[in-house]
Ligand binder design. Structure first.
Ligand SMILES: Nc1ncnc2c1ncn2[C@@H]1O[C@H](COP(=O)(O)OP(=O)(O)OP(=O)(O)O)[C@@H](O)[C@H]1O
Ligand SMILES: NC(=O)c1ccc[n+]([C@@H]2O[C@H](COP(=O)(O)O)[C@@H](O)[C@H]2O)c1
Ligand SMILES: [Zn+2]
Length: 307
């Protein structure tokens, strides 16, 4: 092959790569994953939850017209993971202060380049419904998207077509999805814990990514609940391919008995717990016998009127 012919081929290959990239950028939907929970303390499994969910979303197939792209599979591009520890007012037994739980999550996530802890929920004066936490983070993402768009507009004030010619430069508003384990999903059926309209908004407007957990069958559960089966196209079930049944409750109970939890939670978190003496028999008794705040709120809401 002559040099010029070779160059032409290279040029064509480059152009094809660029156009594949452009198609990919246009088709892949950016996603932010938000996990709400106690994180008391953060375990290796909490972090695995994010990794499993990201792999799953990256493997979801592209729409038919794009399936020929071999190098770039996946309908979604997970751009960020957010861990949101619940506030102290949640009232769960053994829940230690949010200051400690946020600090431990920060240490645990030090080695992640895409998951971060966000203290907003834990800093609120009262317990916040999960749907409101989703709305807050959605609004944050919307603000970031709008300022990026504004920045692009200022960068190319006269070239209105630039954004169309280089789709990779066009900011796309990410979708925000609630990430949870199968046991979390099962709590949707617990009386007085969730409002129906909240569940509807979560699955209809945002979407759910649910990771399997021993003892829970999320697919059967979805079929049993009309509200979930109606929006099942927006519920992603992720199979944990290697079982990792770590539970934060068991970690706390092992710590209180003086047993080793090494390799179940990060070393940095173990060191923090020891340094601050976070988990003790006394901390385990915190909120003992209390109703969870969501149940308390629902109970007061449905109190009969006095005559
Ligand atoms: N082993 C696991 N497999 C799948 N999901 C999990 C696992 N551990 C925790 N999760 C999920 O992580 C989120 C936060 O959970 P949480 O803080 O309650 O931790 P936990 O280990 O379940 O603690 P606890 O035992 O105190 O309930 C929830 O959505 C929960 O379902
Ligand atoms: N109605 C609601 O919005 C509602 C009810 C129960 C639990 N939750 C949330 O789910 C999470 C459950 O965490 P735990 O699994 O640690 O109990 C917490 O973030 C809590 O705020 C929300
Ligand atoms: Zn739990």
């Amino acid at each position: 092959m002559s040099k010029s012919c070779n160059e032409t081929v290279q040029h064509l290959c480059f152009r094809e790569e660029v156009s594949c990239f452009a198609v990919r950028m246009r088709s892949r939907i950016p996603v932010i994953l938000l996990a709400c929970g106690s994180f008391n303390p953060t375990t290796n499994m909490h972090m695995r939850l994010f990794e499993l969910a990201r792999d799953h979303l990256h493997q979801t197939v592209l729409p038919v017209e794009d399936t020929y792209i071999p190098k770039f599979p996946g309908r979604y591009q997970v751009i960020e993971g957010i861990m949101s520890p619940v506030s102290d007012q949640y009232g769960k037994k053994g829940l230690v202060s949010a200051r400690h739980r946020v600090a431990m999550a920060r240490l645990a996530l030090e080695t992640s380049d895409w998951i971060r802890v966000d203290p907003w929920e834990s800093e609120q004066d009262t317990w916040t419904e999960t749907v409101k936490v989703l709305r807050h983070h959605y609004n944050e993402a919307l603000r970031a998207f709008q300022s990026k768009k504004e920045f692009m507009r200022n960068k190319h004030p006269t070239e209105s077509s630039t954004v169309d010619s280089f789709p990779c430069q066009q900011p796309v508003l990410p979708e925000l999805k609630l990430l949870c384990g199968a046991d979390f999903l099962q709590t949707f059926k617990t009386p007085n814990l969730w409002k129906e309209e909240d569940i509807k908004e979560i699955v209809e407007k945002f979407g759910l990514v649910c990771v399997s957990r021993a003892g829970s069958d999320p697919s059967q559960f979805i079929q049993e609940l009309d509200l979930l089966s109606k929006f099942q196209h927006n519920i992603f079930l992720v199979r944990e391919w290697i079982q990792n049944e770590i539970s934060a409750t068991q970690i706390r109970s092992a710590l209180c008995r003086g047993l080793s939890v090494k390799y179940l939670i990060p070393d940095s978190v173990i060191a923090y717990i020891a340094q601050h003496n976070v988990y003790t028999a006394e901390s385990e008794r915190r909120n003992e016998g209390h109703l969870l705040q969501p149940c308390r709120l629902q109970n007061t809401a449905i109190k009969p009127l006095r005559d």
